[in-house]
Design a binder for this molecule. Sequence first.
Ligand SMILES: Nc1ncnc2c1ncn2[C@@H]1O[C@H](COP(=O)(O)OP(=O)(O)OP(=O)(O)O)[C@@H](O)[C@H]1O
Ligand SMILES: O=P(O)(O)O[C@@H]1[C@H](O)[C@H](O)[C@@H](OP(=O)(O)O)[C@H](OP(=O)(O)O)[C@H]1O
Length: 294
Amino acid sequence: MLKPPDHQVAGHQALDGNLGPLIDGSGRFYKPLQSDERGLEEVLFYTSFASNPTVPNHIRLFFPAFHGTVTLPASNGSGPHPHLVLDDLVHGLSHPSLIDLKIGSRTWYPTSSDNYFKKCLNKDRETSSLPLGFRISGLRVYKGEGFGFWKPDKNTVKGCVTAGDVESVLRRFVSSSADSSTDCAFASVVYGGADGILARLLELKAWFEDQTEYHFCSCSVLMGFEREAAEKGREGRVMVRLVDFAHVLDGGGVIDHNFLGGLCSLIKFLKRILTDAGANVGKDPPFPENGRLE
Ligand SMILES: Nc1ncnc2c1ncn2[C@@H]1O[C@H](COP(=O)(O)OP(=O)(O)OP(=O)(O)O)[C@@H](O)[C@H]1O
Ligand SMILES: O=P(O)(O)O[C@@H]1[C@H](O)[C@H](O)[C@@H](OP(=O)(O)O)[C@H](OP(=O)(O)O)[C@H]1O
């Protein structure tokens, strides 16, 4: 039976009679096509991306698998509505801690209408997008048995504007305490390690340093882990995926510096948290004194 996702952290939600995504409980996530061109743009992106031979397989894994579209009864009771059929990224997880980070210091793009440009620019200015290159769109953190989830409301999330605010959330995301203190107890197994979130983001960054086909506007990195695995010290039980492709443009042979810059900024935050937690994050190559890389 179709129902709203249990673990959605951001975006349009199928609550209070609104149009939002549904899951079938057996691994599929149905995202309703947004009524304007955004829905069709997202279908176009998924369709062309699925058959693009230049995308390396290890990069494809960052994207939800796409299984076409299907018409289903809309969650808001408005009748049949087309939906994207995607893999449910959190299927099978019992208490995932998840955070959705919208990447890029700007969410508008050169061909945006004036209204859309103004709407996006205002949001970019009011949030951490402009100063940090990304913003938190939503999160929920499992606090352990009997404590439920920490799920700050939309206004609290929007209030995370400064580097300090954002870093504090990224610390709390990997902390063990049920209150707001941040011991970063899970930092090394979740952010660190050979298969941790930082390693995955570095892999993604290497692709963004090279690929010039796509510009991902308003796209999010969805990161997650299961506390139970982290408590047992298991590295690599983490998820790093990209979601939301309603505004993907032709890169025109130019690097997606807006996304790449945001990704670098996020990576820097995680490295700092890992360093403070005493984990080895490896060393960036030293900048040579003569200013030239040999
Ligand atoms: N394939 C998926 N599997 C599981 N959860 C998903 C999937 N895609 C999206 N989500 C959940 O839904 C949230 C919103 O996704 P998405 O950004 O695609 O929706 P949206 O309504 O277009 O958002 P926005 O309002 O930012 O445009 C994500 O933060 C995540 O929690
Ligand atoms: O971050 P918030 O406050 O949740 O706001 C939403 C977010 O900015 C989305 O990116 C945007 O969709 P687009 O990027 O596709 O425009 C959506 O617009 P909408 O409300 O017009 O759908 C907003 O509601």
